[in-house]
Write a protein that binds this ligand. Structure first.
Ligand SMILES: [Zn+2]
Length: 368
């Protein structure tokens, strides 16, 4: 199983400059290859004897011209342009499979990242060795044991992180879940999640002070003159605050998934991974910010490490509208109804707990 650990980096100015340059090289190569791909594809459409573009051919093409045309590329790891083009190939693969939209050009300040293959870096405790740069300090040591596959270095606001992918070779190496039972999880509107046990797990409330500061900073940014140094400063400040709030929310998601996989062997959840639903405004901010895919990914790898399992309900499964006592299915249930009596058996249901119990039953019955 592949899992990644993201660790903050402690960089000096020289190192931060290198990271920015390597990320810039990766972005340039990606955008160059995307433009070249489009050009070659058009040429192939007109004349089928022309070669169809591939990431491997584009890498060879860039290698043959970079010394001459882009000599500055040689100042950073050769992985930066190489891996970017491989990633473009993956983006096209996903596009052709209907999983994602057409690859877009990478933007400066948005997609600042580059990837290293495992033969290009090494890790020793709290440091990582980067080609043409040397040892760089990491804030913590790598948490997972297994074969190291790759590392991606990326920028969020003004901080740099390395995300190290490790193959833990399927063997669960964490203790098994404490409670070998099952749980259903209803992802909530106000609460982060409601469990079939009746517990509610509240989402993080990003500090009122932080939100007030966010408002103040956005206002102050809009007053700064375009292109001015002050505007640039205000923009960086705002980006840092956004990153901090996102980190608080991301942390809550990790706590939720760790808590669930530690306690339960079988976990039933709804399938919210429907296009357009990802930004479902009825979901708690923590989940909608990160995306349902991230929640499911975390649950799956964490359960995998403890020998547990995740069962995802069919997307049309009526978890809210079904009575968990007698199985009666309501025609409709408006979102504003928090509590309802079953017209057949008379049970009074809390909307979210009832949905969670149905998800638990679904998970148990689909695993026997
Ligand atoms: Zn009933």
């Amino acid at each position: 199983m592949l899992i990644a650990h993201r660790i903050a980096l402690d960089l000096n100015n020289v190192q931060a400059t290198y990271m920015a340059r390597a990320a810039g090289t990766a972005r340039f190569a990606y955008n160059w290859a995307l433009a070249e791909w489009q050009r070659q594809y058009e040429a192939w459409k007109l004349d089928n004897s022309q070669p169809k573009p591939t990431q491997a051919a584009l890498r060879r093409q860039l290698n043959s011209i970079k010394r001459e045309q882009f000599p500055w590329m040689l100042e950073v790891t050769k992985n930066a342009p190489q891996m970017a083009i491989i990633q473009l190939g993956d983006a096209f693969k996903n596009f052709f499979a209907g999983r994602t939209r057409y690859p877009q050009f990478r933007k400066k300040g948005v997609h600042d990242r580059f990837t290293l293959t495992n033969d290009q870096f090494s890790i020793d405790g709290c440091r990582i060795r980067i080609p043409n740069l040397g040892w760089v300090r990491m804030r913590e040591t790598l948490r997972f044991v297994g074969k190291i596959m790759s590392a991606t270095i990326s920028r969020v606001a003004d901080r740099w992180f390395v995300s190290i992918t490790v193959d833990t070779a399927d063997s669960p190496h964490l203790p098994q879940a404490k409670n070998q039972g099952a749980v259903g999880v209803d992802l909530g509107v106000t609460a982060l999640a409601t469990l079939s046990t009746g517990e509610t797990i509240d989402g993080p409330k990003p500090h009122k002070a932080l939100l007030a500061r966010l408002q103040r900073l956005s206002r102050s940014l809009s007053r700064k003159q375009k292109g001015s140094a002050n505007r640039k400063k205000a923009k960086a400040k705002l980006a840092r605050l956004h990153a901090r709030i996102a980190a608080i929310r991301g942390d809550a998601l990790h706590q939720l998934t760790t808590n669930l996989t530690r306690r339960f062997h079988t976990i039933g959840i709804e399938d919210l991974n429907v296009r357009g639903m990802v930004r479902n405004r009825h979901l708690s901010r923590s989940i909608s910010d990160m995306g349902f895919f991230e929640l499911r990914r975390q649950l799956e790898y964490k359960a995998g490490m403890r020998g547990g399992q995740i069962v995802v309900a069919d997307r049309f499964y009526p978890s809210s509208k079904t009575c968990s006592d007698c199985g009666h299915k309501l025609e409709a249930l408006s979102l504003s109804v928090r509590e309802w009596p079953c017209p057949v058996c008379g049970s009074i249901h809390d909307r979210d707990v009832n949905a969670a119990i149905n998800l638990k039953n679904m998970a148990v019955s689909s695993t026997v």
